[in-house]
Each structure stands twice: as structure tokens, then as C-alpha cells.
Design a protein around this ligand. Structure first.
Ligand code: 9G3
Length: 566
């Protein structure tokens, strides 16, 4: 491709609203342009890398046995009403009416559409399992679109769905997709981890997120420093055996704690460590209230709380609700003498506290020498706290460390929820009607592209991995007015193409400095510069990866480049 014929509008300045490198560089290098908040155009170079990521995805989906299809973005509300998500999804689900006032959703995902479709077309166990996928535009009206392609309102997703007669067949599909995802992100050159995750509103049990490690990631991963254990911090189980202290239990005592509210303030005032504190938080769990206890230095994990109580919605009670129900301020809440209709549950660590302290359910009063079981009862001890760095890894190997991650993929064992709701049934081997079992598997394709740039760049611009790069070679004619240089450059341009080496030829009438700066920004792996030594048939070959460069005679160019691109 001749640069004088394509469109690569590079920018010198960094766009003000671009906070992270991938957003800044994709805009400056002329790959994307924002058309509305969270909505982007892919210019020719951006489109090329997008297609290269899609190519890897297609190859690996094919290998996993999935067949590609394409479903519509316009989805009749009827299907979403049958699964209930028309009502449970908030403003994030974009909706519109057609000219006949019929209600539609703009597809945020396709469980409804694909389950209805396959339920209509597949009637016999002989046709199962079936693995389908699409690469298609999704719409989600994010409250705060940010970080360029990482959190857009219109984005490209590969979403796959598998249909089965039983759990075993689903487990097999899940493993195949797990392997396909590992291959995809490995081929994209990404440093990623598959982490145990929470299935959220999707239900089902096993689910893994594929996280690219990055400081700007919005998710926190808890991983073992010696084994391959890794989990989203929302889900990371805590397997700590707390030893019972052998201290004698002292008599319960109420003390004045004027104005001391937080665990740290009370801990300092009483001269007792946080580990002896019992933090009590009132949560609203669906329509009831639950008092949740944790050790003073731990934090309650609301995802674990929701799963432990099999609740739909879990949130901290308001200050007002706390005062109403426990007639005390939030800072003086405690588990002793709690109204009967409020359940009290605690994290395991609370069970071994000896002579601890907690709120007295009276303003500015706390108890000390508090001993669980003697002074208060709990309905159950559960794993309710966030894992912390330094905790033993749940697999018993090594210690936990934290890292930030960008979620680029998420795979789910869905089960039968959607098939039940939408009547996706088949005739089983015994001639009986049975409900299909499903899995679903997503990759944020445009998000993956941004994650690659986050991992592959330097101060001068992007450094594309070989399988993703828009072109393999950037061919630069330093001085197009110089006949010898122009002739040699044209010759090399032809030769590269004849040898199936993709090349972007900078034949523009621009100063050399501009060409080199643009070349660093755009980030193609190999740069061939035709300059002063053109007369003797020599050109300069430079690697974007590490800046290594050497003079090469034209005759050795093809072999050299082929070996560099291996
Ligand atoms: C919505 C909106 C946002 C959503 C969803 C639905 C996330 C939604 C989860 C999934 C599950 C899987 C198929 C590919 C893999 C992921 N955000 N999810 O269902 F209406 Cl507005 O998308 N879907």
C-alpha cells in the first residue's frame, strides 16, 4: 500500500481526553477516531489490525469446532421479556422503537437470539453438541465510557454459544474453549491469566475470565506466587486456618468511646490491635437485613456475601436504615443484643477472636473482652472476606499477590436457564422432550486490540507484534525527488509484494523527520530506509522492537526480512 493513497492521519499532540497509552497512541497514530463518547471509527490501519485479531479468533474457533454465523443487532423485545432481562436490565441496554412502535433492543449480547434460533432449528439429540459463534457489534450504554476502546458503548465482540444434551458434553466444550482462548491470547502476544471468576447475573457455576495483566486494568487478580492459581479478587476463596488463642476469657465490659467511630480510631483508643476488633456492617439483602461481622483488619466481599446468601441483591444499609433498625450510629454497631429479626453472620476469622472489642449498639459506647459464642451468637460462619496479599494461596501452594487486569475474555457454563425460558428442547435418545444445556464464551475483540497496544508500545509509539501488525514492512524513500532513491524504492516495493511480504510504502512528499516520526508512531515491525547509499544498492533495515539496525544490500533483503519475521 502506498501511503500517499491511504488515510493515516497521525497527530503530534496527545488528545486531551485520552488518559491511557493505548487510547493516546491509537488516536495519534491515525488508527481510530472517536465519533461520540465511547463510539469509534476504525480508520484503515485500525481496521487492518482489527481484522488480524479477528483472523486469529476465527482460526482458533474453527479448531475448537465452532461454526461462524452472524446474528442481528436489532433484537425484538419479546425474547428479552421471556427471559425477564427486558425488565432487569437498566439503561445500559439500549432500546428503540421502530416505525410501527414495536420495541427493540440493540444487542448487548445474544443469549436470547441464539437460544431462540437454535431452539427452533435443532430438534434431535443427533444434532448436538453444536458450537456456534459470531464476530459482531455490541451495544452497551456504559455510564462512564473511558480508556478508548477498553470501555466503549459500541464494540466488537466474538460471542460463542454451545448447545448440549448433558453437563459432560458442556464440560468438554468449556475445556475446548478454554484452550482456544489460551491459544488466541498467546498468539496475540499477550501476558494473560485465566482466573476463576464470578458468573454474576448469568448464573451457572464454572466461569473463567481471561485477564491481561496491566496497571490500568480495572479488575484485581489474586494469584499465587508459586503455583498457577489465579482468581478474580471477587471470587478468590480464603483457606486460612485461624488458631484459637489460649488467653482466658475476661469479663465483658462496656466502655465510653466518645466520638471514636472507625475500627482504627477505636483500636487506637482502646490500645487493642485491629485483629481483635469485630467490625459489624448492616447489609440489605434482597428485602431483609443481615448484620455481617468481620475481623477489624478484613473487608467484607459483597460478591461472596451475595453468593453465600443466594441473594439477588446485596448492598450496605443506609445510615438511616441502620439508625432505625439498631437505634445507633453506624460507628457503634455491634453483634450483642441485636433485634431477633436481624440475622447475624460472620466471616470465619471472627470465630477465634478472644477478648475482642465491638460496637455496643449505643452511641459512643463499645464493648471490650468480647468473646464470640459467650457474648453473641451467629447463624453461621462463612468465607465472607476479601483475600489479602500474603494470605496463603487457596491451593496450598505459595502466597497470594495482587495484580491489575484487563478482562479480554469471559467463558461461562450457562446451564439450562435460557433454554428453559425460551423453550429450546430436543428429542433425546429415549424419544423424550429434553431441555438443552448451554455454554457461552465472549472475547472483547476491540478491547483485545487496545490491550495489545497497552503491552506493546514505547515513548515513540506502538510496537505491533508480528501476527497483529497492519503491515510487516515500512518502506521509506527518504528523498522522493532523488531519482536513484525513488527507482530503488519502487523496485523494493515490487519485490516485497512478489514475496508475499506486506508493505506500507511511504512515498509521500514529506521531510525525512516527519516520515521517521510517523513510522515510529505507527509501529510496523521492520523499517527499510532507502537513502544516500541507494546508488550502491544499500538500504538500512531497522527493527521497531529494539531499534537494532544494519545496512543491507538489496540482494539479501528478502531473506533477511523473512528471517526477521519468523
Ligand atoms: C445486557 C447488558 C450488558 C451485559 C449483558 C446484558 C454483560 C450481559 C454478560 C454477558 C454474558 C456472555 C455472551 C458472550 C460471553 C459473555 N453485560 N453480560 O449479559 F443487556 Cl446491557 O454478556 N454473553
Amino acid at each position: 500500500m502506498r501511503q500517499s493513497q491511504t488515510l493515516i492521519p497521525t497527530l503530534k499532540e496527545t488528545p486531551a481526553d485520552a488518559e491511557i497509552k493505548s487510547h493516546q497512541l491509537l488516536v495519534r497514530a491515525g488508527f481510530i477516531r472517536q465519533t461520540a463518547s465511547g463510539v469509534y471509527s476504525f480508520l484503515p490501519m485500525g481496521n487492518k489490525v482489527l481484522k488480524n485479531v479477528e483472523k486469529i479468533v476465527r482460526e482458533e474457533m474453527e479448531k475448537a469446532g465452532a461454526v461462524e454465523m452472524l446474528m442481528p443487532a436489532l433484537q425484538l423485545s419479546d425474547l428479552w421479556k421471556e427471559t425477564g432481562r427486558w425488565y432487569t436490565m437498566g439503561p445500559e441496554l439500549m432500546r428503540l422503537n421502530d416505525r410501527h412502535e414495536r420495541e427493540f433492543a440493540l444487542g448487548a449480547t445474544h443469549e436470547e437470539v441464539v437460544t431462540s434460533l437454535i431452539g427452533d432449528e435443532v430438534k434431535s439429540y443427533k444434532k448436538l453438541p453444536l458450537y456456534v459463534y459470531q464476530i459482531q457489534t455490541k451495544f452497551r450504554d456504559e455510564k462512564r465510557p473511558r480508556f478508548g476502546l477498553l470501555r466503549g458503548r459500541e464494540f466488537i465482540m466474538k460471542d460463542a454459544y454451545t448447545f448440549h444434551t448433558d453437563q459432560e458434553s458442556l464440560d468438554e466444550a468449556y475445556q475446548k474453549m478454554y484452550q482456544a482462548y489460551s491459544n488466541i491470547f498467546t498468539r496475540c502476544g499477550l501476558n494473560f491469566r485465566a482466573v476463576i471468576a464470578d458468573s454474576g447475573a448469568m448464573g451457572g457455576k464454572d466461569t473463567h475470565e481471561f485477564m491481561v495483566l496491566s496497571e490500568i486494568g480495572e479488575d484485581t487478580i489474586a494469584y499465587s506466587d508459586t503455583s498457577d492459581f489465579a482468581a478474580n479478587i471477587e471470587m478468590a476463596p480464603v483457606h486460612v486456618t485461624y488458631e484459637q488463642s489460649d488467653e482466658a476469657a475476661l469479663d465483658l465490659e462496656m466502655v465510653d468511646t466518645p466520638g471514636y467511630k472507625t475500627m482504627v480510631e477505636v483500636s487506637e483508643f482502646l490500645g487493642l490491635p485491629l485483629e481483635q476488633g469485630i467490625k459489624s456492617l448492616l447489609f440489605k439483602v434482597d428485602e431483609r437485613f443481615v448484620l455481617v461481622l468481620s475481623r477489624g483488619d478484613h473487608e467484607i466481599n459483597d460478591i461472596k456475601l451475595k453468593n453465600a446468601l443466594a441473594a439477588t441483591n446485596v448492598e450496605l444499609a443506609s445510615e438511616h436504615e441502620t439508625k432505625q433498625l439498631l437505634n445507633t450510629e453506624v460507628g457503634s454497631v455491634g453483634p450483642i443484643d441485636v433485634p431477633e429479626d436481624i440475622e447475624v453472620i460472620a466471616d470465619h476469622a471472627v470465630s477465634v477472636i478472644r477478648n475482642g472489642y465491638c460496637g455496643a449498639n449505643k452511641n459512643d459506647k463499645h464493648y471490650r473482652n468480647v468473646n464470640p459464642d459467650r457474648d453473641f451468637k451467629v447463624s453461621s460462619y462463612q468465607d465472607l472476606r476479601f483475600i489479602q496479599e500474603g494470605d496463603p494461596s487457596p491451593d496450598g501452594q505459595g502466597k497470594i499477590k495482587f495484580a491489575k487486569g484487563i478482562e479480554v475474555g469471559h467463558i461461562f457454563k450457562l446451564g439450562q436457564f435460557y433454554a428453559e425460558k425460551l423453550g429450546a428442547q430436543y428429542l433425546n435418545e429415549q424419544g423424550k422432550q429434553a431441555t438443552m444445556t448451554m455454554g457461552c464464551y465472549g472475547i472483547g475483540v476491540s478491547r483485545t486490540l487496545a490491550a495489545i497496544v497497552e503491552q506493546y508500545h514505547d515513548d515513540n509509539g506502538i510496537k505491533w507484534p508480528k501476527e497483529i501488525t497492519p503491515y510487516h514492512v515500512h518502506l521509506i524513500a527518504v528523498n522522493p525527488k532523488n531519482q536513484e532513491q525513488q527507482v530503488l524504492a519502487e523496485k523494493i516495493y515490487e519485490q516485497l509484494q512478489e514475496n508475499n511480504i506486506s508493505v506500507l510504502f511511504d512515498d509521500r512528499k514529506e521531510r525525512p523527520g516527519v516520515k521517521f516520526a510517523d513510522s515510529d508512531l505507527i509501529g510496523l515491525p521492520v523499517r527499510i530506509t532507502v537513502g544516500k547509499k541507494a546508488a550502491e544498492g544499500y538500504v538500512e533495515c531497522k527493527l521497531r522492537e529494539n531499534g537494532e539496525q544494519e545496512d543491507l544490500h538489496v540482494s539479501e533483503l528478502i531473506d533477511k526480512i523473512n528471517s526477521l519475521l519468523k
